[in-house]
Write a protein that binds this ligand. Structure first.
Ligand SMILES: *Cc1c(COP(=O)(O)O)cnc(C)c1O
Length: 388
């Protein structure tokens, strides 16, 4: 083993997919989002998702698709971002489904000499203002052009800009999607997918949706909004939200979804030096930490080069089930924690996993949840394990 490493538990990934598919059978197709090296878990992990039941995946680029296909040849694979025309032959070779963001792109594809018949998904821009069609006549024209071509219109989708928890923007996007697709017969298009994991967990399925896209949840983080809890403040919040919901006819929010999701990613390191620091001595860059009393510290071979951000204050690590605070700044390759006499050189140090949840790690580092997975997963050697 290297000093600092990431462990990916494949059994947990498979378990999460099984739990999600059992919980949300109202969607016919669950598209597994595996962009960003499968959120840092690596394309080595995709067959665990496949074994759990995912048959349709999505990546961001042809390069990612190539990595994906090294591990899985048969699953359907959508590329969420438009494939450059000089890579259409590669996309054909990889049997990619193409996303169509506008008419210009579609016209270029139809002119492309590549003779492969692609499955296509139209992207609708209902308010995100990133990729996608914003005009319903153009949507209709695109569908007609595809019908008259060798390609198949297999899907149509949008992406929500908000979680839709008491914000009218979410419902406005759903309504806008329906308006922009109103000249099509949606029942003819097999995959209509409106949103990602939060839309699936926090809202009932919309009547037109047949598929959903799952990212973060598959990797084991329950993103469903929590209920209000006790106390007068929460009661007031709940009343205010209810009033707001009625006033603006907002769609229902589902809270506290009960589902057993298990994070699959964890991170560990070892101790490279134990030393005593006297009261009044300083630790680390900028002499940023002053020992208030005589303390014992452990030096760890892990820093922001390992994708954990550079914030040390408030961060803890776990050693033999006990939490110890980081002292001083996080360097590129090293940081220090204040330990006690129970800690010895042979002890394994956990930075993520065990008592340290993704949510805690995210707060320590100031990184978002998916960012934590990417940072920890992509910047360390990954070891894959399976429950026996
Ligand atoms: C990344 C992405 C997702 C997955 O989102 P999660 O919040 O991780 O579930 C879904 N759809 C699109 C278009 C995406 O880019």
């Amino acid at each position: 083993m290297t000093d600092t490493y990431t462990i990916i538990n494949l059994s947990n990934l498979k378990h999460n997919v099984e739990a999600l598919l059992a919980k949300y059978p109202e969607y016919k197709t669950h598209i597994g989002i595996v962009k960003g090296d499968a959120y840092g878990h690596g394309y080595e992990a995709i067959n665990a998702l496949y074994e759990g039941g995912i048959r349709y995946f999505a990546v961001s680029s042809v390069d990612e698709a190539e990595d994906f296909r090294r591990h899985n040849k048969s699953a359907k694979l959508l590329c969420l971002e438009p494939v450059a025309m000089d890579r259409i032959d590669d996309a054909a070779e990889l049997n990619l489904t193409l996303a169509i963001p506008d008419l210009d792109y579609l016209e270029q594809l139809l002119k492309n000499p590549c003779k492969h018949a692609f499955s296509l998904h139209l992207q609708i821009d209902s308010g995100f203002n990133r990729l996608g069609f914003k005009d319903k006549q153009e949507v209709k024209k695109a569908a007609d052009l595809i019908d008259a071509s060798i390609h198949t219109l297999e899907g149509i989708y949008q992406h929500y800009a908000t979680a839709g928890i008491f914000d009218p923007y979410y419902d406005a996007q759903t309504a806008r999607f329906k308006e922009l697709t109103s000249l099509l017969d949606l029942s003819r298009i097999p995959l209509v997918h409106l949103g990602s994991g939060i839309a699936m967990m926090a809202h009932p399925k919309d009547e037109i949706a047949t598929a959903t896209r799952m990212g973060l949840v598959m990797y084991g983080y329950n993103i469903s909004p929590e209920s209000y809890g006790g106390g007068i403040k929460n009661k007031l919040r709940a009343a205010r939200d209810k009033h707001f919901q009625k006033k603006y006819h907002l769609s229902e929010t589902i809270r506290d979804v009960e589902i057993d999701l298990k994070p699959a990613i964890s991170m560990k390191t070892r101790i490279i030096q134990l030393k005593d620091v006297k009261a009044g001595e300083h630790i680390g860059y900028s002499a940023g930490f002053e020992a208030a009393e005589d303390i014992r510290i452990a030096v760890l071979p892990v820093g922001y080069n390992n994708g954990i951000g550079h914030n040390g204050s408030g961060r803890v690590v776990e050693i033999k089930g006990k939490l110890y605070p980081v002292v001083g700044a996080v360097g590129m390759n090293m940081m220090c924690v204040k330990v006690d006499k129970d800690v010895s050189y042979d002890d394994e140090v956990t930075l993520l996993g065990g008592r340290i949840t993704l949510g805690m790690f995210s707060r320590f580092s100031g990184l978002g949840l998916a960012e934590v997975m990417l940072g920890v997963g992509k910047n360390n050697k990954r070891y894959y394990v399976q429950d026996q």
